[in-house]
Design a binder for this molecule. Sequence first.
Ligand SMILES: [Zn+2]
Length: 342
Amino acid sequence: MTTMDIHQRGDLIFPRSLPEFQRQFPDDAACAAYLEYARWPDGFVCQRCGAIGNPFRIITRPGVLECRACRRQTGLLVGTVMERSHMPLSVWFWAAYLVASQTQGMSAVQFQRQLGLTRYETAFGILHKLRAGMVRPDQDRIGGRPKEHVEIDETWVGGRTRGEGRGIHHKTLVAAAVEVRRRKPGTAQDKRKDGRYAGRVRLAIAVDRSADSLCGFVETAVMPGSLIVTDDWSGYASLRKRGYDHHAIAECGDPEVAEQFMPMIHLVFSNLKTWLNGIHHGVSAKHLQAYLNEFTFRFNRRFYPFNAFRSLLGIASGVEAPTYNELYSGAWEHPTCSGCLR
Ligand SMILES: [Zn+2]
């Protein structure tokens, strides 16, 4: 089953309130039944002998089904972010519900408290696994729609510069692309924005402000042929040669010019920084990409937050999630929303 299918499955309902959640997922067995139904809507099929029909269910191991014909055991969590986890299924479902239903998401500290977990590290690990479910392996490029354009810019995120002298900093460069859409005539409009609003975004860490790095980001994030608006930084000069309809705006340092020609990208950057500092109190460069992925995921689904529930658990999408050791040792590389920049 592909990632697309899971979102087209109208039969896989997701809870929209706490009472609904309680009714739908009262215990581990109910969560397991949901996972089983997601994978085999027409009934369990044994991978070894092909037998169809009701498998044995083991009460003490709700994540495992056993074929009645050949006794082969099948794991329900294989290919989800819950694979290899010792956490009860109900805790995972609680976690996904909390993360999906809170518009701004949660810090690991709040999350630990809400789930009643004894260790901070467990909360941190679960959140990062859920973040792995926020990146679709087959993510497409944005833009490419007629009469719409894409704003591109880069900004420094995090770090401190004070007291360390000129030119030394611990900030990380982040490149962003955002679709600019227009409301249909006759709908309620924000006058200042001239009927424009932000469509989908893509965010990725950029190694530097060179053409290779910035144009490389554009090529992985935006459909060729799209109309792209940037400032007049030389790093973007080769976009036309790379197959984009590129418009560079001079004087972008002037706030009025920036507001008129690139309003959406500045809104995205300002929201991103507020969110990183307000919810997460700043994040380390090592894990920044995972937070960029979460921001992107929330931003692109801001009109349909509850749809996020199934994606987060990675049900039937075959995502790979980090173990705690991989997170800390640095062996895990957070996937980027728009391909890898290096
Ligand atoms: Zn079998």
